[in-house]
Design a protein around this ligand. Sequence first.
Ligand code: AMP
Ligand code: ZN
Length: 503
Amino acid sequence: MFPQKASSDFRLFNTLTNRVEPLDLIEPGKLRMYACGPTVYSYAHIGNFRSFLTSDLIVRTAQAIGLKVNYVTNITDVGHLTDDDVADSQGEDRMARALRSKEGESFGNVWDLARHYANVLIADWDRLNLEEPTLRPRATEHIRQQILAVQSLISAGHAYETTQGVYFRVASFPDYGKLSGNRDAAELTELSRELVVDSAKEDPRDFALWKKDDKHLMQWFSPWGWGFPGWHIECSVMANEYLGEEIDLHAGGEDLIFPHHECEIAQAESLTGKQFARHWVHTRFLQVEGEKMSKSKGNFLTVQGLIESKEDGGKGVDPMALRLTLISGHYRKPYNFTMDTLRANTRHVQRLREIRDLLDNVSETEATDKTVEPLVLDDLSARMLDAMLDDLNTPEAIAAVLEGVKRVMAKRDTLGSDDVETAKDWLGHVESLLGIIGRPIAPDPADDASLAAAVETLLSERAVARASRDWARADQIRDELGAMGVEVMDTAEGVTWRRKIDS
Ligand code: AMP
Ligand code: ZN
């Protein structure tokens, strides 16, 4: 057990107030948390995962102090435009563009493409040992709720319709700008992100809630005709649906502060009249070898690409070393990812696994009381937890782990049974708080409901492809499942599957 702590001992920087503040929960003992998930038009990159890992560490730290966490993180599988500056008819949908790209050639349509990348995202999530969220809702499965929310906003005078769409009336929400500090109308027009060029708009700051477009690849019928929802409305609606009108904590990468989170607040608070989220947590961006990641520079690193790379004599990058690297910098400082750091971290996680194996073997055979000086690690568990409670101070928490590795290694030949218990407890704390050791053997996939559901969907599609003798599609689905770490077995009794065992 970790030392007893109160929820107010957990302190996090709040973008809304610009201060590090104790967690102030709506309902004692329970954390209601929402984090913006990825847009699934391509493979998630390691920067995306840096942000997802911040949320993961919040969840783990909250659980360590006994909070019950309700953690919702969405998948954006619709209508995200390529250029935030012109989120209107001139902007291009990211999904549509991805479908036309070289990578997109293998997909039959945009739905297929979104499903593929969402499946790989869930597989990457699992490979990097992130806790499964309580719920992972998809934007396309909540269109009705989004339409209803837009209707309510119109009825309450917070939104209006033009020939091109429906817009949020920023002038109707005086608090607009309270998160980002972008309050000045002229400055906002200048910033002009996500500001739609529609001459019928009342105010250039107004942002789209619904886009009318009967040519769009993903469209739904609404009271305003065929079209698709604006980007921001999905999160307000899904947070509301699954966590209630008020939530404790909302997280995402720093680029989301404005306009996305500012717009989420405007929508949600106009709908409910209550404060949407108490704490706003934002992760600074990751760069690679000192530069912004970009496909053209060749430094665009995906989780999938690294794990399947030729690194480490062809074995690929160790997922736990990647995880350790991605959490090794403080989330509120920009992080420079380098392959050198990754290699150094590979040695650290190997050491931790060595200790795990050593403890397993010692306990089975010879854990007798040979010790004079007992092994002490409790102070290090406490130090690690205190560091995480202090605005997720991961560098300090990891330093405490490395100190523990040193102490155990120094005593490896003289471990008594008490020492083994002490070391096992400590290792359990390291894993539950930081998740950098990983599972010894892959767990039963049936335990992982999201993965199992995704696999079942793909297997039924594969059955249809095989029945219609579309062997190319059937093979492609097998490859997709392979990328998700799933092995398909065609047996006399039918098709079964299992998770590939990590080497
Ligand atoms: P997106 O798929 O672009 O919506 O991004 C998913 C999440 O990753 C969001 O929370 C982004 O803010 C975050 N993100 C995107 N790029 C980076 C980066 N380079 N470093 C850290 N977080 C990022
Ligand atoms: Zn969002």
